[in-house]
Design a protein around this ligand. Structure first.
Ligand code: ASP
Length: 339
């Protein structure tokens, strides 16, 4: 569905490999580099391309340094400038892109236009790079299609942002969306799967600021120390993503289950997500999952850990009662889980 009345696309550069240069300490972001480099790419000057403006974080960062304050800065920028642009391309490091895309998908309530995160595995300055292709296609999609969601574009594929995982640290196919189909494929033609897209909301864009919360991720493994778990499940912990096995099983050891049950009874929200990338938690399939379910742990269904964690940030930030947080954790709010 190509767009009609055109407003420019805003490219917000936050850092990441795409904008990095070589330094004595390895690749590092260089303020101002991206804008200059983009001015030398002929395709970006072609009249067929959507018009765009570029803005950059004052101090672009390696995405390893991303924090919830950065997520908020990106969200706030989009909220404040929403009326000016037909869409946004957020240039971002790949390492924590899945967290930021998930966070933004919750934070930007009632989004009506594309917010597409992209980046690259090799910087734009390298002769051989994936930056150019990712940048051109993300810009093309943001300028030409009405996609009311936060997406990730990478290596010919458009993904729902809160479904992606970084799965490869060196291939150009850095991302996968294990539990949800890709929203679009870019080849000689562009195919956007309209039937999969979220329905645009009638309400105004609203930005939900994230409050700091005490959250954790616990990946269980055979032989884990119960003392360590006990240490972790102490105040001030408010929320935990428990990475279980398979479809949501965990040891039936009563000491372990007691620790979990006690934590739940003390008001810690525990969400069960699988260690398998391709999985949907169904705790009652096995006795070793039913026992966990009985402790009051909530199913994270087929959410990625990144989505589950940022959703906890989001719901706690709304200052909802615990029962309501638990209820909404099980519902798809913006396509992050399959019921
Ligand atoms: N370390 C980089 C980052 O996440 C990796 C990348 O962008 O691909 O900022």
């Amino acid at each position: 569905m190509p767009k009609h009345a055109q407003k420019p696309v805003c490219i917000l550069a936050t850092g990441g490999t795409i904008s990095m240069q070589k330094t004595a300490h390895g690749y590092a972001p260089m303020p101002g580099f991206l804008k200059n480099a983009m001015a030398t790419i002929p395709e970006l000057q072609n009249p067929d391309m959507p018009t765009y403006v570029i803005d950059e974080f004052e101090k672009p960062i390696d995405s390893a340094n991303m924090t919830p304050e950065h997520w908020y800065r990106i969200g706030d920028y989009i909220k404040k400038n929403d009326g000016e642009y037909s869409g946004f391309v957020v240039l971002h490091g790949t390492d924590t892109m899945a967290y930021s895309a998930s966070a933004l998908s919750f934070m930007l309530e009632n989004l009506k236009k594309p917010v597409i995160l992209t980046g690259s595995q090799l910087p734009l300055f390298e002769t051989r790079n994936d930056a150019r292709e990712n940048l051109i296609n993300a810009l093309w999609i943001a300028g030409n299609y009405v996609i009311p969601e936060v997406c990730v574009y990478f290596n010919t594929k458009l993904f729902r942002g809160n479904r992606v995982k970084k799965i490869d640290a060196s291939s150009f196919s850095a991302f996968a969306s294990p539990n949800f189909p890709t929203l679009g494929k870019i080849g000689t033609t562009i195919r956007i799967r309209q039937e999969l897209l979220l329905k645009p909301s009638q309400n105004d864009l609203h930005l939900q600021k994230f409050q700091p919360i005490h959250a954790g991720i616990l990946r269980i493994f055979p032989g884990m120390s119960l003392d360590m778990i006990q240490q972790m499940l102490q105040p001030p912990l408010q929320a935990l993503v428990l990475q279980s096995y398979g479809v949501g099983t965990a040891p039936e050891d009563p000491h372990f289950l007691n620790l979990i049950e006690k934590a739940v009874s003390q008001g810690i929200v525990i969400v069960n997500c699988s260690q398998c990338s391709y999985a949907k938690v169904r705790m009652s399939d096995y006795a070793a999952g039913s026992a966990l379910l009985d402790t009051g742990v909530i199913s994270g269904a087929d959410m990625t850990v990144e989505a589950a964690l940022t959703k906890l940030f989001y719901l706690f930030s709304k200052k909802l009662p615990l029962d309501e947080i638990k209820h909404r954790m099980k519902l798809p709010l913006c396509g992050e889980l399959t019921e």
